[in-house]
Structures are given as structure tokens and as C-alpha cells.
Design a protein around this ligand. Sequence first.
Ligand code: MN3
Length: 238
Amino acid sequence: MNKKETNNSSVELSRRSFLIGSAGSVAWLAVGGLSMASEMQAPHVLPALPYAELDLEPVISTYTIGFHYGKHHKGYVDNLNKLVTGTEYAGISLEKIIAETAGKADKAAIFNNAAQVWNHTFYWQGLKANGGGEPPAALRQKIEESFGSVDACKKELAAAAVSQFGSGWAWLILEGDKIKTAKTSNADSPLTTGRKPLFTIDVWEHAYYLDYQNRRSDYVNALLDKLINWEFVLRNIG
Ligand code: MN3
């Protein structure tokens, strides 16, 4: 572990301690992917980023994160809290809200905001400073079984991200014992079709337009080469 990572870890730990101390019911902070929001109750809380806002420079600028995390992600949390207050969805977990509102036209606003809260939290967790590079051996083997090579996996995921028409998300998911790629539109999530998310890339324009304008593929490739947190992907396989 280099010095920068050591420093980041201690920043992360002290943030966690602070949040756990100040909001004891928020269990999202446990690292490990899918369980991250399982005990989050309304009112829903914007989870802390697992790194400083400048740590993803130069791939994702502090300016982009300021808007994306501080305005967009926070906006979904605030909207969700407004929408569920006084309804049957108040006080239940984010995952349960997503499961119970998926596909219901009259619950679309609640679904969209809940799924966007989940998707963004998952997206931030999947990135890290000095990410990319080679996956851990156990993950590399799984990727090779599924795609032939790490490079082929990254190419297929980048193709999914670039070809998603309009706003949405590209994913690595687990189906059976194989890793696959997927893409979803707007707020949609693999969770609603029983697929297990391992990693996601936000391809809404707000995720990259300030830094890359129309060059979505440059954003996607830089993210996969320099920010993907392979340990997070491996933990989600479980
Ligand atoms: Mn976004």
C-alpha cells in the first residue's frame, strides 16, 4: 500500500467513525457492495464518498463530482425523502422500495429516485484513486472464464456503456457463475430483474459532460483504465 492509499484509508476511516457516531442507523458504510444500503431507513441519508472529491482527478474532476455527488446524488436523496414521507414506503429500506415500486407506473417517481440513490452510491463505491490495472488473481480467473481476458471484459463493458442510447448505466453483473455485461436506461437497475450488480458506470451526461463533453468513450475508457476498484467487484461476487 503506498503512502497516498494509507492516507486515504485513514481519511475514510475517520469519516466513517464520524458518520456512524452521528447517524447510528446508517449501516451503508460497511464496505462490501450489496449490503451497503440494506439497513438505510427513511429519512434516507446521502452516504459519504469513500474518498476525497479531488481523489479521482484527472479522470473525473472535482468540479464534476461537486455537481454529480453534491447536487444530483443529493437531489435524488432529498426527492426520495419528500416522496415517501407519509406513505407506505416511509421507514423501509432502499432495496425494498426499489423492489416494490419497480414496473408500477403510478410509483415511477419513487422508483426513479430510490434507484438513482442506490445506483449512484454503488457507482462511487466502484471507483478509487489509483484504480484500474490488474484485477486480483481470484477475480482475474473469473473474468477469464467469462470473457476470455480482462481486456475483452473491459472492451465489452465499454461497448455497453458507449452504446447505451441516452441516459443510463452500464454494468458488470453476475448470472449463475458467469460475469456478464448489461446496460439499463434512466434509473433502471439489474436488481429489478434478479441480476446481481458487481460494478456500474454512470453514462448520464451529467457524469462526464463537464470533463469530456460529447466524448463518452474517452470517459468510459479512462474510468476503466484508471479508476475501477477491482477489489469492490470481487467483494460483490461474494
Ligand atoms: Mn449520475
